[in-house]
Design a protein around this ligand. Structure first.
Ligand SMILES: Cc1cc2nc3c(=O)[nH]c(=O)nc-3n(C[C@H](O)[C@H](O)[C@H](O)COP(=O)(O)OP(=O)(O)OC[C@H]3O[C@@H](n4cnc5c(N)ncnc54)[C@H](O)[C@@H]3O)c2cc1C
Length: 312
């Protein structure tokens, strides 16, 4: 599909901009950790900041929406796919450079850099502050958007500033006092793209940093399912409780619809047993929300982001 000739007129303009990089009817299942999702009308990996503006201009001109994916590890893409254009920041220097300032412990990381890589680099250089994020897949940009966290830590604790491209195509640096984080949430106006994140870490003795990293790794391996495609926690934890505990308590651990199943290892994970449909996952989510609301009066809020066209 990737290098097929684009025949519709609007697509031709995009192809003039991106050439062979532009793909039509690209299956998004390929770009998500869930391995679920229908096709995007158009898909492109942008390599330069100006290309973000080009996508934005094209989408407003044609009257369609654009969507941005990071690592695709926190999304559920509809079986019907996405109308409009989906893009991802490529691994060019512009988006994936990372730099440590050894004396002041400041780190600047491009938004497309894998978060795991940043964590490992920090640990190897005896910087503490990011060890909790060991094993969180996806990119620095996606991690920021989700305020990714684990084991009592979250990215908001160590972010100092964010570099952005605004909906008007302006480059901006926003410092931490302008940023609004919540639990698995970061406020960002629609149409804004994060291009880099600055972190502030602390130097610590080598053994201390490695021990924190090792403990996080060991805990993740013990508690989370491995081997089957998933998107991490499906629901946010309600205040003072855990979504996994509630889902298990209503009898859904191991429960299955089609090829999607609440993991027998951790009930707040839905795993794709092979060929699961987004619709199966949504039905499982609805079932959990219904049962948990009826039994505990708790409204489970999805952590995973729904993308694309949904029939209901
Ligand atoms: C096995 C597994 C374990 C996980 N464990 C954890 C965990 O412990 N803790 C945790 O918090 N999460 C966890 N997750 C969920 C997920 O990995 C995180 O939320 C991750 O930070 C998402 O990053 P991503 O790059 O994949 O973002 P995506 O899923 O691609 O996107 C998430 C959102 O961010 C937006 N976005 C992405 N990049 C940018 C950007 N540059 N600018 C603006 N918006 C952007 C997207 O549009 C989308 O709305 C896990 C997932 C899996 C599969």
């Amino acid at each position: 599909m990737g290098s097929q000739r684009v025949t519709n007129p609007a697509g031709k303009e995009l192809q003039a901009l991106f050439g062979e990089r532009l793909k039509q009817q690209e299956p998004l299942a390929k770009h998500t950790s869930f391995r679920i999702g229908g096709p995007a009308d158009f898909w492109v990996q942008v390599e330069r900041p100006e290309e973000i503006a080009a996508v934005d201009n094209w989408a407003s001109y044609v009257g369609v929406r654009w969507w941005l994916l990071g690592g695709g590890t926190n999304v559920l893409v509809s079986d019907l796919g996405v109308r409009g254009i989906v893009f991802r920041l490529g691994r060019s220097f512009a988006f994936s450079e990372w730099r440590f300032n050894g004396t002041r412990a400041y780190v600047r990381a491009g938004a497309s850099l894998p978060l795991k890589k940043l964590v490992l680099q920090a640990v190897e250089q005896d910087f503490t502050g990011l060890e909790f994020a060991e094993g969180i897949p996806g990119t620095v940009g996606g991690g920021l958007l989700m305020n990714a966290g684990a084991f009592g830590g979250e990215l908001a604790d160590v972010v100092r500033a964010v570099e952005l491209i605004t909906p008007r195509g302006q480059h901006r640096r926003a410092s931490v006092d302008e940023l609004q984080f919540g639990y698995r949430h970061f406020s960002l106006p629609r149409g804004t793209v994060v291009t880099a994140v600055e972190f502030v870490l602390c130097r610590a003795p080598h053994e201390v940093v490695w021990e924190r990293y090792r403990r996080a790794k060991e805990k993740r391996e013990r508690t989370q399912p491995r081997g089957l495609p998933n998107a991490g926690s499906i629901f946010k934890n309600p205040p003072g409780d855990s979504a996994g505990r509630l889902i298990e308590a209503v009898g859904l651990k191991g429960y299955r619809i089609g090829q999607a199943m609440f993991s027998p290892k951790h009930a707040n994970f839905i795993v794709n047993l092979g060929g699961a449909r987004a619709q199966d996952v949504r039905q499982l989510m609805r079932e959990a929300q219904k049962r948990v609301l009826e039994r505990f009066g708790v409204d489970l809020e999805p952590e995973v982001r729904l993308i694309g066209e949904w029939s209901e």
